[in-house]
Design a protein around this ligand. Structure first.
Ligand code: SAM
Length: 249
């Protein structure tokens, strides 16, 4: 009886101990040479100029939902500097979209697809979709205006209010340098967004997935799907983040 009780109380920790990921965890400096460190002294390394970026923070008192950590935001900002054509699944408040626009060159195009908060009735839960992730889709579809609205870089950004399941990626086949997948976290949506991204990605282009957190309920479908495709695709989990990384050959 006590063993059963102990299991119930600690099942999350036990599952995490047993879980063996197919996705290797790696420091970002090993994934892309823009992140390689500059040696400053015998016991100090620091950032090269390539990774000095424009940034902003928003206090948690403002209750903005669905945001990346500062470290994750920095990684996305740095990769935006070397990308001319960027695509994002999931705009939400537009925090990551804004950072991509602030840090990319003037001629970079950014497309971000998101759900219209007034048209959520037709968002469907498939049988194998996680309930919590489905609920979060609705909770995170709040905004019609974004953090970058009415700013000088807004003209670089094209927001598409559409369900990504209905999005036709044909115009963008092999064209996109950087894709950030942070839309719906249900299995059906992550699968759809990933398959479309693999079609859209340019040679040497990069795909990032947010919220790869083994053991976290709302990330269950992201983890499940990425573990499945990691058998065929060389995907890495960036250390100290919830981001997975893939670079096209
Ligand atoms: C986690 S938030 C994105 C956060 C944003 N990338 C950031 O870091 O600031 C998820 C967003 O995905 C959108 N979304 C969820 N399911 C979607 C779908 N099927 N098609 C398009 N957008 C979707 C939601 O409307 C919401 O804006």
């Amino acid at each position: 009886m006590n063993i059963v009780l102990l299991y119930i109380i600690n099942r999350k920790k036990i599952k995490n101990l047993i879980f063996k990921s197919k996705i290797p965890k790696i420091d970002v400096s090993k994934l892309n040479n823009i992140f390689e460190h500059k040696k400053i002294s015998q016991n100090l390394v620091g950032p090269k100029n390539d990774v000095i970026v424009k940034n902003f923070c928003i206090s948690s008192d403002n209750n903005i939902v669905g945001m990346t950590s500062d470290y994750e935001a920095w990684i996305i900002s740095c990769l935006s500097r070397i990308s001319k054509n960027i695509f994002e699944f999931g705009t939400c408040s537009g925090k990551t979209t804004y950072l991509m626009a602030l840090n990319s060159s003037d001629d970079t195009k950014i497309t971000s697809i998101t759900l219209n908060p007034n048209k959520l009735d037709h968002v469907i839960k498939e049988n194998n979709d996680n309930k919590i992730s489905y609920r979060n889709i609705k909770n995170e579809s709040l905004y019609e205006k974004f953090l970058f609205s009415n700013t000088s870089i807004e003209n670089k950004i094209n927001v598409i209010f559409q369900n990504s399941l209905d999005f036709d990626e044909k115009q963008l086949i092999n064209k996109v340098d950087l894709i950030f997948i942070d839309g719906g976290h249900t299995y059906s949506v992550v699968k759809n967004d990933t398959e479309k991204s693999l079609n859209m990605i340019a040679p040497k282009g990069i795909i990032l997935w947010h919220d790869y957190v083994p053991g976290k309920k709302s990330s269950r479908d992201v983890v499940k799907y990425l573990e499945e495709i990691a058998i065929k695709k060389k995907i890495f989990h960036i250390k100290n983040t919830s981001i997975c990384y893939y670079q096209n050959s």
